[in-house]
Design a protein around this ligand. Structure first.
Ligand code: V55
Ligand code: FE
Length: 485
């Protein structure tokens, strides 16, 4: 059974790892700042069993959560699968029962109607629980410290959406977890909701609305007053699923829409602005500026995901697929539906944008991201699934325009960084960046800690794992005060 496909997605640097375990006091180089007390959780897809189909997508792998517990200058490591309904059913059967990524037509009869989620996209501590998240399924709860799987939740029936969100924002003023669902009433539907969950874990708002067309709604943004949704043409249909095509395809004939929903309003208060087709997925941040709203995203002219091919058959174009941090601006005082403007904020090919999360939805100055610098030498083989070689961790000062970066060397690629304030109450950007760096030649991963505003000085500490982790998606820091005793 354990014959994984001999394809690019399952061999070389993309070989499954599937390892659960614990390491007490990971070997260190340099000094971990002694005041840091909390956890960094992150997640990667790692198919428990060989997939049913050779051409299985990276995004279809079972969620494997890693916790780094940082305290007293030491770091402990713990890694566990998210024991989703899918994971348990397949564990019992000893093989894969669920088929292609977001295509229930390809599942075994025995699992028809079961929750297909893999909880492989993001992990965040909220209201004392670890939320393991995937955009096609409900929220999955784990214990933040033991990583014990608890199961899916609908928040005592309070959340109507059938799906959750892998890119929540914590409102810095209220502490509310702000998120959204898409395909909330069933696969491929344009039904969406915006919701907020308070710091005690109670759903306090859920606003239903309709999207312009069904597409991959991967991320969004908040401002103090709005929830903002970017509808981009990564689309699907029952026809695609019946034809066993990849769930999503890129359709350049469709425009981009930006939906602005007042967080205390309803769908009838919503405004939609439009722009010519392009690609944008992760959002750095958004904020209000008088009647204007700025929305900052790595944006590419063309498709960024080779594994979600052009619906009209156009070949993948890696040049058009290079994203650049771009500010989209709309003016709520305008009468029409056109964007007010777009402005490129950096010349670096970048993705995985992050901020000092205490400034989510607020005017902000500092952003961090992974950068691909194609001019640097690279010895690491086939890299990540996207084909991008993210070899630098970078900082942009949006006030001065100053840019700074650390190159991980010719053998390594970087995973998404996360900002940690130096102290409670320290100024915006004053703190650390934590990130995994995977050496694809020696096959070891290091967790590096950098001074967030002095990246080019290099890591102040490295926790040196005796294994390499798979390329992951997202993760978050939780201060010790947010963790169970
Ligand atoms: C993404 C990742 C996913 C997914 C949809 O853009 C989009 C990233 C890891 O899973 O299902
Ligand atoms: Fe993401």
């Amino acid at each position: 059974m354990s014959h994984y496909p001999k394809t690019r997605g399952f061999t070389g640097t993309l070989r499954p790892i599937r390892l659960e375990g614990d390491i007490r006091d990971v070997e260190l180089e340099g000094e971990v700042p002694s005041q840091l007390d909390g956890t960094f959780h992150r997640v990667h897809p790692d198919a428990q069993f060989a997939p049913k189909f050779e051409d299985d997508q990276f995004f279809n792998g079972d969620g494997m959560v890693t916790m780094f517990r940082v305290h007293n200058g030491t770091i402990d490591f713990k890694q566990r699968y998210v024991q989703t309904d899918k994971w348990k059913l397949e564990r019992e059967a000893g093989r894969s029962l669920f088929g292609q990524y977001r295509n229930p037509l390809t599942d075994d009869e025995s699992v028809k109607g079961r929750i297909r989620g893999t909880a492989n996209t993001n992990v965040m501590v909220h209201a004392g629980q670890l939320y393991a998240m995937k955009e096609d399924s409900p929220c999955f709860l784990m214990d933040p410290l033991t990583l014990e799987s608890k199961g899916y939740t609908d928040f005592n029936g309070a959340l109507k959406s059938q799906t959750f969100c892998a890119h929540p924002k914590i409102d810095p003023k209220t502490g509310n977890f702000c998120g959204f669902g898409y395909a909330t009433k069933g696969l491929l539907t344009t039904d969406m909701t915006y919701f907020e969950i308070d710091p005690q874990g109670q759903v306090v708002t859920e606003i239903p609305f309709q999207n312009k067309y069904y597409c991959m709604m991967h991320d969004f943004a908040i401002t103090e007053d709005h929830a903002i949704f970017h509808t981009i043409p990564i689309v699907s249909s029952w026809g695609r699923l019946e034809a066993r095509l990849p769930h999503f395809g890129f359709d350049t004939s469709l425009p981009v829409w930006l939906g602005i929903l007042p967080r205390n309003g309803t769908e009838k208060d919503m405004r939609w602005f439009t722009a010519p087709t392009s690609f944008a997925s992760h959002v750095m941040n958004a904020f209000q500026d008088g009647s204007k709203i700025h929305f900052d995203v790595p944006e590419a002219k063309g498709n960024v995901f080779p594994f979600f091919p052009d619906v009209h058959g156009a070949p993948f174009d890696p040049i058009a697929g290079g994203p650049f941090l771009t500010r989209w601006t709309v003016d709520m005082a305008s009468k029409g539906d056109q964007f007010h403007g777009k402005q490129k904020l950096s010349d670096w090919i970048d993705e995985f944008p992050r901020i000092d999360d205490r400034y989510a939805g607020m005017p902000y100055r500092h952003g961090w991201m992974l950068v691909m610098d194609p001019d640097m030498p690279f010895e690491g083989g086939n890299g990540r699934m996207s084909g991008f070689v993210m070899n630098k961790i970078a900082h942009v000062d949006l006030q001065t325009g100053k840019q700074d970066a650390w190159w991980a060397g010719p053998q390594s690629i970087c995973q998404e960084p996360c900002f940690i304030p130096r102290h409670k109450g320290s100024a915006e950007g004053d703190g650390y960046l934590i990130a995994l760096v995977d050496n694809l030649v020696t096959n070891y991963s290091d967790l590096v800690i950098l001074d967030a505003l002095k990246l080019s000085e290099g890591p102040i500490a490295r926790a040196k794992l005796p294994i390499r982790l798979r390329s992951g998606l997202h993760g978050n820091w939780a201060d010790a005060s947010q963790l169970p005793n």
